[in-house]
Write a new protein. Sequence first.
Lengths: 464, 356
Amino acid sequence: MSFVSVAFLCLVPATFLLYHATSRLALQNVIILVASYVFYGWWDWRFLPLLVGISVVNYAAAILIAASPHEHTRKLLVFSAVAVAIVVLAIFKYFSFFVDSFVTIAQHAGLKPNLPTLRIILPLGISFITFQGIAYVVDVYRGKHVAERDLVKFLAFKAFFPQLVAGPIERASNLLDQFSKPRQFTADHADRALWLLIYGYAMKVVVADSLAMIVDTLFIPEQPFGWSVVLATIAFGIQIYADFNGYSLIAKGVALLFGFELTWNFRYPYWSVSISEFWRRWHISLSTWLRDYLYIPLGGNRRGEAITNRNLMLTMALGGLWHGASWTFVLWGLLHGTVLALWRKVPGGDESLSPIARGAGWAVTMLVVFVGWFLFRAANWNLLVGMLSALKNWEWAPVHSAVTLAVLSLATPLMLLEWQLQAHGDYFLIRRPAWMKYPLFAALAAVTIAASGHVNATFIYFQF
Amino acid sequence: MLKRAIQQIMNSPLIKALRLVTSRFVPVAVLTALILGIASFIHWRSKHQWSRGIETYIVLEQIRRSERLPASDLAFLGDSSCLFGIHVPTLLHAFPGSSVEAFCTIGYVGPDGYGAMLDKMVARGRQPKKLILVFNPIQFERDPRWNEWPAFIRNDRFELPSGLTFPAGGLEYIRLLMERAVYTPLPGAYAIYYGGKDQFISTIWSEHGGAVEPNRMLDIPSLEAFKATLPGHVLLKPLPASKPFVINAEFEKALDALSVTLSKLDRSKVYLVISPVNSVNAQGGPQSFHTEAGQRIAARLGLDQSQFLDTPAVMLDILYAHYPSHLHRWARMIYTEQLAKTLADRGILEKHRASD
């Protein structure tokens, strides 16, 4: 079920009414769990057992780890639980990718392998579900969280519908603990939910989906114009941000209606003056996951320059592969890994930068980020090569004026809003008088409804 | 007891939650409805016409141009082979000081529709001093269903104004406003070259009524670069499956309607061009669809045979963006250069001195 579907707009009020009709915590958790399974099953009910299965494995593994007195057994259990999660992910997401890659390499070596081809449907949000599960099991192993024994509570945590299919990848210490305590629904929750829902839907429908139509017509292997490559990449960079941040804001807003607080997944990433700052602001729940469960276990920056750089490259390459089964995602990850490794050589880091250096840092960071978006969007070699070959023709066609106008028209208000949000706080608008904020919210809502004629029901990150 | 029961209900978690939500969401919903109501009213007052896509944009814009532009020394009227095949800037370069405009549309409009546009020009006293009519052989077989297009031009509207009411009218109005900044891509290659409707329309204006057919040669950045690719290309034999171009009764009927309008002009200043087709589609040979058809059309329009201009009947297939009628952006320059030579030879256009 998509956030931009009629079914979702029915599910939320129905769940809201049932949820608030009782103040019994256990019953509220059951209502959340049922609503979450309806949400997931609406897309394809056949994958519900997979979601339940992954959840039960995590649940059981954590209890066994907590119960085991021997370090060796605990290690074996955590390794097994993580391995199961990775195998599931590998089967559903990467099987075809690895088979195809092997066949290609073998063909280049003059072999003619006859391997079975298996086209598997990618379960919605599989990467988010498995990563959240791995984090939980590892946290229990590390003693950072106790193993949850209430199955309903745990299943509801694993399937919590606002963040089920595209994150944020919540830690048990934040989300699971909220299932244990009575949730309040206050005036502040309602105010914040209203703003986040209006802001999130406007980001998704007005900004992301408007740009999606444009980007889709320009990212084609037969693209003849170099300027189209540049402008389409810029448009895609804004599209993916508005799409994913829009989703995250809606998720946060919906969660607030039930008294839950989800973590911020984005903190104005396009204002970053260095690549390391970018990764502290972009898809925060993934970057912190990669840091805590991959980079640091690999040794982090504790074993010298060479190992640190290797760890960065490996972490970012795997982070790229997490997004999708394509070598262009790996390239995207390696680009970020390389620049992160280079950034480590800059003495002093972000804080010591002068205003001029911050400006230059912003420009270089955006250059890297948007070159990365090009690799990210050009999801196959055919498209990548086709788009790159267009860079030999720098003719300015009418479409380029059109794209420039569209990008400026959408990015400028967004930039001004983010500037104000950073200056005055995330919720400064809801503190304004009613005569000021409600007309603004209504205008945003009207524009969003008008733009919903070309709404794209899918979110980019649903595929991950 | 009732009071207590009501108090109990009002203090229940559900009612509290509902009150919190409605006190915030309802004012926004009401204001949103108000905004949509105002937008609906403006939309209703604007009598906005539904657009049927790219064909409608072309026709509407050429009508607008014919209403706004002053009378020119030479004007072109014709189908899409004229829209995409005549490069007016090339003519303006060849005949400095002349004013030339194209009001070419699409084949659906047909001779009757060109007559309707001409009538509008005559009514405003903006008829051109000289006129060239351009027909592509593909249009000789006219479908009676296309007659809604000349009716569109005569009545000045394709369909009744949008009958959308609240809230659809308001949403449509906001969407149209947004489209001025954030375009909705045109179909296919048009999105690659133009992007949206506004850029397509502004190109028609900036190119004096012509446009680029974007289906081919966008990756070749200049005329010189394209000419360098030409050696080795030759005219091919027509494909056995290609259809001969035959004038039908519906087309002749439309020519008669145009002829009535031409009687309001000096017919001696009206010329006829049959635009070229690509070689593999040239079934029956140039004699049948170019020379004979041209003479027949000229006669039907009351023109002298000499007013049928000698222009290429068949051109290389590599010059086409869309078979058999649309030349691509570089080919239209090559074709127009040849046309300019004919216009100069026949004295239809002359180079004006700056003081003229």
